[in-house]
Ligand binder design. Structure first.
Ligand SMILES: NC(=O)c1ccc[n+]([C@@H]2O[C@H](COP(=O)([O-])OP(=O)(O)OC[C@H]3O[C@@H](n4cnc5c(N)ncnc54)[C@H](OP(=O)(O)O)[C@@H]3O)[C@@H](O)[C@H]2O)c1
Length: 342
């Protein structure tokens, strides 16, 4: 098989293309020929060696990918050759509350990820993907898609007529936009400039706030909601946005903490959190059951993830560089895997 691996350390200089033996499936495993992968912000954190002691080289990167079943172990039921499937981000979270050792089961660190021509997974960790999606679109589902789904489902599902504020236009944010609109919610999206703002309007956002022109976006959100504030914030910014999110959300509303692209240490004005009776709920991707539930919604509403750029397998490191600058909106994908192209 062909694969990319952080071999002698992290950093793009250490991301090396390699060849190895084809992995063999055990009795309950499935061998996949990978077709496409998708990057998440987390993959940058891993590449920069900032993901903590548990994630160490040698490591095949990336958690999100889609493959085709080319061999099944003798005890496998439910999958057949030719099925198009994704491995789950958490390999050991089937459903219900998260397991106590949640962190050990993540693909793309500490477990080897999907940037390989062939991968073997236990059949119990695979999810069949909707037919209407391209390989690149399907590749975005395990982490970016499921996280967006969880952020709109927890601690209670978003309801028609509610207003959801989504920060940024990355992979999680834009899947959340599609799912929020399909739920009948009103979506407000913040972004970093006019050209991204235009794209997000085209994708169906009800209100788009260009942060480069409107610094006080919390006030804009309150005005747009009749002074009340939004029902839910999908907080992807972290340190530098959390304070404004507490001002943008209504009394009794929920801030779903998903990401921290602007830093790790936030300062909060607690009287505001207390008097507004805010709920701060954190989300960590989701289970296999959540993935399957999301897929039913994608099929029902014919939702397609937004792809900003596709980079071939042979120049895979360029995808990390593209994610660092993130000029487009949505997901950056890798395709043309060796042996793919059914
Ligand atoms: N909890 C989980 O399970 C989970 C799962 C997936 C991702 N995450 C986290 O969620 C975050 C986003 O992940 P992703 O993979 O979707 O990232 P991504 O595709 O790299 O997108 C990041 C986006 O953040 C936006 N951004 C940058 N600065 C911002 C700011 N000051 N305020 C608001 N938005 C800003 C940018 O959009 P604009 O230029 O349009 O503003 C950018 O496109 C990351 O922190 C990631 O670690 C968490």
């Amino acid at each position: 098989m062909e694969y990319w691996s952080f071999s002698n350390g992290f950093g793009l200089d250490n991301l090396i293309r390699k060849s190895g033996k084809l992995p063999r499936p055990g009795p309950r495993d499935v061998l996949l020929e990978m077709q496409a992968a998708s990057l998440n912000y987390r993959d940058l954190v891993v590449m920069r060696a900032q993901h903590g002691k548990m994630v160490q080289p040698p490591l095949i990167p990336l958690s999100d990918g889609v493959g085709v079943v080319i061999e099944t172990g003798k005890d496998v039921t439910g999958f057949k050759i030719g099925d198009r499937v994704c491995p789950t981000f958490y390999q050991h979270w089937q459903g219900g509350p998260p397991p106590a050792d949640l962190e050990v089961g993540r693909l793309g660190g500490p477990l080897d990820g999907v940037l390989a021509s062939h991968c073997v997974y236990p059949a119990s960790t695979l999810v069949r993907v909707p037919d209407h999606l391209s390989d690149e679109e399907a590749a975005t589902l395990p982490c970016a898609g499921v996280t967006a789904w969880s952020a709109l489902s927890e601690p209670a599902p978003v309801r028609p007529g509610e207003t959801v504020l989504i920060l940024g236009t990355g992979g999680v944010a834009l899947m959340a936009l599609s799912l929020a609109k399909a739920s009948g919610a009103r979506a407000i999206v913040t972004t970093s400039g006019p050209s991204k703002a235009e794209k997000v309007r085209e994708l169906g956002a009800d209100i788009v706030i260009d942060r480069s022109a409107e610094e006080n976006w919390a006030q804009t959100v309150r005005k747009a909601t009749g002074g009340i504030g939004c029902d839910r914030v999908l907080e992807l910014g972290g340190a530098q946005t959390l304070g404004a999110s507490t001002k943008a959300v209504r009394t009794g509303g929920t801030i779903v903490l998903i990401g921290n692209v602007t830093g790790n240490n936030a300062e909060l004005f607690l009287p505001l959190v207390l008097t507004r009776r805010l709920t701060l709920h954190s989300v960590s991707c989701g289970s296999r059951a959540a993935f399957e539930a999301m897929n039913r919604a994608l099929e029902q509403h014919c939702i397609r993830p937004v792809i900003s750029e596709i980079i071939p397998f042979e120049t895979a490191p360029a995808a990390f560089t593209a994610l660092e600058t993130h000029k487009g909106v949505g997901n950056i994908c890798i395709s043309s895997f060796p042996g793919s192209g059914r």
